[in-house]
Design a protein around this ligand. Structure first.
Ligand SMILES: [Zn+2]
Length: 92
């Protein structure tokens, strides 16, 4: 089980959270200028890296706040937790 450190509540068990998938996915626009392929990529295509992955998480059983984290998909180690709207931090 992951121990996730909510930026507002501190460390909590994974069971209190919901993963929202990849973060930093930018909606293309304007809508009338977006091709069907670009729209399909936006809706369905996600990275599936081996290593660091930027994800958004919701503290569903706590403060109900969304935040981002960097998790290693091999070791499940959480390298960084940062607020929504902030850039992905550089992690060695
Ligand atoms: Zn929280």
């Amino acid at each position: 089980m992951l121990l996730i450190s909510c930026p507002h509540c501190g460390p909590r068990d994974e069971i209190e959270f919901r993963c929202g998938g990849e973060t930093h996915v930018v909606r293309p626009g304007p809508a009338e200028a977006v091709s069907e392929d670009a729209w399909a990529d936006y809706l369905f295509m996600r990275q599936n890296p081996r290593g660091l992955h930027a994800e958004r998480w919701l503290h569903a059983a706590g403060c109900r706040t969304w935040f981002n984290l960097l998790r290693d998909t091999v070791t499940h180690e959480i390298k960084a937790v940062y607020p929504m709207g902030h850039a992905r931090p550089e992690v060695a």
